[in-house]
Design a protein around this ligand. Structure first.
Ligand code: B1M
Length: 210
């Protein structure tokens, strides 16, 4: 079995010891953090989601796989942050209210930090009011919202409306993402940017700032 396939299996089985170990080996072999995410983590988590949908696994199994991906991200962190800082900007980032999924959001945060963006991470279950307060306090260039549930996506729009009410909408560019979010949805709710993945998010912000 190849290294990437082994890593995928470690994630699928929630092996918290093997997952970071294999990640470090892959990095040592010259593989980029993004390739590791795209070839091992994302397919593994898609498979986990599929099995969950079919009733083949339950929340505890989904959770250990998520913990294994977090261990991979932790092992990738030094490599992601050693990328040259290309510009200075800041983003307030979080997963919306009612939503506890944070792997994608963390990945976006790491990728942006690696590109020299200061990330103010509000973590998960962030209410529209908390996002708006953070924009008022930190005056970031960007506000980034992540949602993984169709039931929590509407909080992105609520946050944008609240930003308008607070007179802060023109001060910040809003970027949204997460598995159920689409470009069209982003446009409908009045977001400025939509990124399908962390690499695109990094690319878009870099292009805008430079
Ligand atoms: Co949940 N879950 N989950 N889950 N979970 C999904 C999302 C689901 C699709 C699974 C399924 O049914 N197939 C489904 C949602 C269905 C729907 O809404 N239509 C689901 C469900 C139902 C639930 C619960 C309700 C289950 C229950 O309790 N009965 C529950 C809800 C809890 C809550 O949030 N309130 C729940 C719980 C959990 C766990 C806690 C067990 C765990 C999360 C642990 C954690 O994150 N710390 C979990 C997991 C792991 C998943 C799946 C399997 C994987 C998500 C993931 O981490 N993907 C997921 C299935 C799936 O997505 N296929 C599923 C890997 C990650 C790298 O990708 O987050 O998409 P992603 O991020 C991508 C892009 O989307 C993008 O960049 C990243 C890649 O580069 N991106 C952005 C993300 N945010 C961005 C922001 C940006 C830009 C790009 O700009 C700011």
């Amino acid at each position: 079995m190849g290294l990437i396939e082994e890593l995928k299996q470690a994630i699928l089985t929630g092996d918290l010891r093997r997952a970071p170990e294999l990640t470090e080996r892959a990095l040592g072999d010259g593989m980029s953090p993004l390739a590791i995410m795209e070839l091992a983590c994302t397919p593994a988590m898609l498979e986990v989601g599929d099995k969950f949908k079919k009733g083949e696994i339950y929340v505890p199994e989904m959770l250990v796989s998520a913990m294994a991906v977090k261990a991979v991200l932790k092992a990738l962190e030094p490599a992601l942050q050693s990328a040259p800082a290309l510009f200075a900007a800041s983003i307030v980032l979080g997963t919306v209210k009612g939503d506890l999924h944070d792997i994608g959001k963390n990945l976006v945060g790491f990728m942006l930090e690696g590109a020299g963006v200061k990330v103010i991470d509000l973590e998960v279950d962030v209410s529209p009011g908390t996002f708006v307060d953070a924009v008022r306090t930190h005056k970031p260039n960007f506000l980034g919202m992540s949602a993984l549930l169709t039931t929590t996506m509407p909080y992105m729009q609520e946050t944008i409306l609240l930003l308008k009410e607070a007179g802060l909408r023109e001060d910040v560019r809003v970027i949204v993402g997460g598995a159920p979010v689409t470009e069209e949805y982003a446009r409908q709710i009045g977001a400025d940017l939509y990124a399908p993945d962390a690499a695109r998010a990094q690319e878009m912000l870099r292009a805008l700032i430079s």
